[in-house]
Design a protein around this ligand. Sequence first.
Ligand code: PLP
Length: 353
Amino acid sequence: MQRAAPQTFDRVLSSMCTRPHPAARNAAERFLATNPGDPATYQTVAALEEDALAYLAEITGLETPHGYITSGGTEANIQAVRAARNYLARDDPNVVAPESIHFSFQKAADVLGVELRTVPVDDDYRADTDAVRAAVDSNTIVVAGVAGTTEFGRVDPIPELTDIAHDAGALMHVDAAWGGFVLPFTDHEWSFSHAPIDSMTIDPHKYGQAVVPAGGLLFRERDVLDALAIDTPYLESASQASLTGTRSGAGVASAAAAMRELWPTGYRDVYETQQANAEWLYEQLVARGYETVEPELPLVAAELPESEFESLRDLGWRISRTGSGELRIVCMPHVTRDSLRAFLSDLDSLSPV
Ligand code: PLP
């Protein structure tokens, strides 16, 4: 049987994952056979999870960290909705979110039996606060906003959305799965220090440079996390808040190691490099006459004819499209100016300017 070649990132421009930091890779290897789902038995990795949560709290402006390292943003978003549903115990619960919300919320609504109400975004792809206000009612359990949208890298008006949520007696959830490790170096108002938000998703396995799987779920109040806990009679530990039972100790240890290594200087350097790459790519695409969305975070979206998109894929570029058809390029830590130059050179060879 042939051995599969290891994953290379040279031509990967669509993914929100990246090459892990060497310290994260080493830590992952050392904890491959541990289970933070049973912290009383696996005490070392449980302590590393506390470290990881303390870093996440510092990054997001949360005073006391309550939460856990999830399998990714999907689990974190499902669990945020589940916690709110259990905590508020409303009849016919609904979640209100902009249409730019990640598709994991559809899964959350489906498995939890909660209605998902998506409302339009404004001309700059951000949640339209009037539309959100009109959609909430006394059955709303969560208003969700995104800090770093998957398709256009936009940041919703989090303080305004938090007011709307709390006026309705609902909880405010911020999905910073992708944006959470770059936003601290911007002026955006997105974190626990900007508004009394109730929960947040922030994923070490994306911009945090941990190995997969390592997501993050944080709560401002312990009570809301506790609304997830169930008794676990056969384990050494008495209860469990996570959705999965056995969890990846590798992910947890790697998250702690990556943040120990990179917060804040390493993350700041990556943000500055990749924001500059995104702005450079934007200018290059505009100069070639492509309709391009200005990057607010390191993500560029541009209108590209289908034939060119397919030819670039045939040339080995790993690229994807938004729901409305734009090419999207995510400037993750593995993306270099040289790889963007090579990409543009292939693009130019398809459509001479
Ligand atoms: N939330 C946002 C904003 C995302 O961009 C993504 C994935 O890209 C997710 C949630 C889901 O994360 P995961 O794929 O780790 O489950």
